[in-house]
Design a protein around this ligand. Structure first.
Ligand code: ADP
Ligand code: MG
Length: 313
């Protein structure tokens, strides 16, 4: 089976960790071990991943380093984080495949641009907090000097917010498909990809935004005609009434049932919400099955024995 697998932020950096390269390497290895189990079972794995903590760190480095070197815009920071995580994944993959004697599945990381619609309403309402916390004074000064939007983040300080537009298309689609068809293990659309728009003259241009990695993962799943879309995260399943005494984990649900739960508001925006939305889009678009599961149960989820299995109907 061709499986599009989306790795959550915890696959690279866990809550509470500082973010040293040693920590990130160790987490990446754990994730790769799971993905290689799928490859060893005969599946073709296409990988995408988040970049929240990493792009956050790059933005802090930019901010603090701006006295000596120029700060980079958001699209460049997205590209930097995609390259850095892609490198760690490739290295880990290659070594794990070598150690297990698996050939012909070499990893290839594609720095991916994802097209967004310049008239997406998200551009008028930036919602996604990025980068370091700051004082109100500094936030107001930034807003006066630049086009940036800053908001008071629940009393924790002021933070920049950027638009999170809906992904429309994977620019590198043909390159990715060609590599997959040769049998390579492609890592693409990391961190939701680098957001670009198409100008009226047809040319591409990077924009200051971030794309949700699960929604971009769905775009990639469609682009590569994946049979299965698996979203791996840090909970074993999706729940209704999450974190309340009525909490109930979902095993196997139909598209219609899940749509009803979504309307009832069981899935939090910014965490489980986009995963469910992406999974539903995949099944609605004709995909046979989408799964949201824990990273440690990747192969079991693929085989239908773990996670929340969302099926048509
Ligand atoms: P990732 O880095 O994998 O994208 P997120 O933190 O964005 O992870 O989303 C996973 C988190 O979603 C879980 O850790 C859990 O706390 C939260 N969550 C919110 N609503 C639900 C729900 N209904 N069922 C399960 N988990 C939920
Ligand atoms: Mg997330």
């Amino acid at each position: 089976m061709r499986v599009l697998t989306a790795l959550g932020g915890n696959a690279i950096l866990q809550r509470g960790q500082r973010g040293t390269v040693a920590e990130q390497r160790e987490n990446v290895q754990r994730a790769v071990d799971q993905l290689v189990r799928m490859i060893a079972a005969g599946h073709q794995v296409v990988v995408t991943h988040g970049n929240g903590p990493q792009v956050g760190a790059i933005l802090i480095q930019n901010e603090l380093g701006s006295v000596s070197v120029p700060s980079m815009p958001m699209d460049i920071c997205d590209a930097e984080s995609e390259g850095f995580i892609g490198y760690m994944l490739c290295q880990s993959f290659q070594n794990t495949l070598l150690a297990r004697g698996i050939t012909g599945k070499d990893p290839a990381c594609i720095l991916t641009r994802v097209e967004v619609d310049p008239s997406d309403p998200a551009f008028a309402h930036p919602t996604k907090p990025v980068g370091p916390f700051s004082t109100e004074e500094r936030a107001r000064a930034r807003m006066a000097e630049t086009k940036e939007t800053w908001v008071d983040d629940a009393g924790r300080g002021w933070r920049r917010v950027v638009p999170s537009p809906d992904p429309q298309a994977i620019v590198e689609r043909d390159v990715i498909v060609a590599l997959i068809e040769k049998g390579f293990t492609v890592i693409a659309s990391g961190g939701g990809g680098i957001p670009v728009i198409r100008k009226p003259d047809g040319m591409y241009e990077g924009v200051e935004a971030v794309i949700d990695k699960d929604l971009a993962g769905h775009c990639l799943a469609e682009a590569v005609h994946a049979d299965l879309f698996i979203i791996l995260t840090d909970v074993p399943k999706v729940a209704v009434h999450y974190n309340t005494p009525d909490q109930r984990w979902l095993d196997r649900v139909t598209l219609l049932e899940m749509e009803a739960f979504e309307r009832e508001g069981h899935f939090k925006a910014g965490s489980m919400g986009p995963k469910v939305k992406a999974a539903l889009r995949f099944v609605r678009g004709g995909g046979e099955r989408a799964v949201i599961a824990s990273l440690d149960e990747a192969l079991e989820a693929l085989e239908g024995r773990a996670g929340t299995q969302i099926v048509g109907g």
